[in-house]
Design a protein around this ligand. Structure first.
Ligand code: TMO
Length: 316
């Protein structure tokens, strides 16, 4: 038995250096699995980081996944990492996965994020009390459509972003009907369609994003986010309801990874720790797709070429 164990160990040791040479820096040859979601900066950033890791000698695979379920996939190691953990949309799923174990917080990007109800500035001409949510509510009739009757229409994000718009409308007793967009592109189409005749419109939006460079606008100011607003009815102005607060106005943008990543791909994990994108860099990534209409892979290659001074410092 002793002899067998020794032979097996020797065999493993003999193989290990070959694998290490192939990937460089002792990382496994197995592909690092990077999830792709349904908004442009995340898709481009994932390709940017994938190309950086390939440059470092790693194998990379992309999988399209649901943006909430991904935290369970990372926890189980089916997906290796997540590059855009937005506090507003994904904080709850991320915290739940952290509590179960198997996922690690790999630190914050430099970027500060906000995700919430938003309007292009021309909307304020028709509803000058904005950005207060109470003023918005008093103006609800301005946003009425045949579909929403005498209530205002609010176009929320795709369902999987779990923005809880419906719960917020109920918790704050607002005269709005919440409609979920089928895609991020539907949000931009809604703003674009309203632009010609400067029709008031209120939609879900976020920063950093390309949209801020195209349509000056503002977020609606709801009761400020407090920790627990999504868990404890007592938090927020309505003592009987969850989601009676806005999203965090200065939210984090985190990186997360499977807790086995550091051991399996130590060099790639080190790079992931170093990675930190700023608001302008992330807005630019979205722009390359949403305005310039590049394919995500090409947008990533273009971003990397223009920003060598940024990402080369992240390589170990
Ligand atoms: C998840 N998102 C950044 C699109 O709000």
């Amino acid at each position: 038995m002793k002899k067998f164990t020794t032979a097996l160990t020797a065999g493993v040791l003999a193989i290990a250096p070959i694998a290490a040479m192939a990937a460089g820096h002792g990382d496994s040859d197995d592909p690092i699995v990077i999830p792709i979601h349904n908004w442009s900066s995340q898709i481009v950033m994932s390709n940017v980081v994938g190309q950086i890791l390939e440059e470092a000698g790693n194998n990379v695979e992309y999988v399209t996944t649901d943006s909430q379920a991904v935290y369970e996939s990372v926890r189980l190691g089916d997906v290796t990492l997540e590059l855009e953990v937005w506090e507003g949309a994904f904080g709850a799923s991320f915290r739940a996965a952290l509590e179960k174990g198997g996922i690690v917080d790999v630190g914050d990007h430099n970027a500060v994020t906000r995700e919430d109800w938003w309007y292009p500035m021309w909307t304020k001409d028709a509803c000058p009390g904005l950005p207060s949510w109470e003023a918005l509510n008093d103006c609800a009739a301005l946003f009425a459509t045949p579909e929403t009757g005498d209530k205002g229409r609010y176009l929320d994000g795709p369902v999987d972003w779990l923005k809880h718009g419906q719960e917020r409308v109920a918790a704050l007793d607002m005269n709005f009907v919440v409609v979920n967009a089928g895609s991020a592109a539907a949000l931009w189409a809604e703003i674009g369609a309203a632009e010609a005749d400067k029709r008031p419109v209120v939609v879900f939006n976020w920063t950093p994003n390309f949209a801020e460079a195209v349509w000056p606008g503002e977020f609606v100011e709801f009761p400020a986010w407090e920790d627990g607003c999504d868990k404890d009815p007592a938090v927020g102005p309505n003592p009987d309801a969850l989601y009676d607060c806005g999203n965090p106005a200065t939210g984090y943008l985190k990186k997360a990874a499977w807790d086995g990543m550091e051991e399996k791909w130590p060099n790639a994990y080190g790079i992931l720790e170093n990675i930190s994108f700023t608001n302008p860099q992330i807005a630019e990534m979205a722009k390359l797709v949403d305005i310039d209409e590049l394919e995500p892979e090409d947008a990533a290659a273009e971003w990397l070429e223009a920003n060598e001074d940024v990402w080369k410092t992240w390589l170990n």
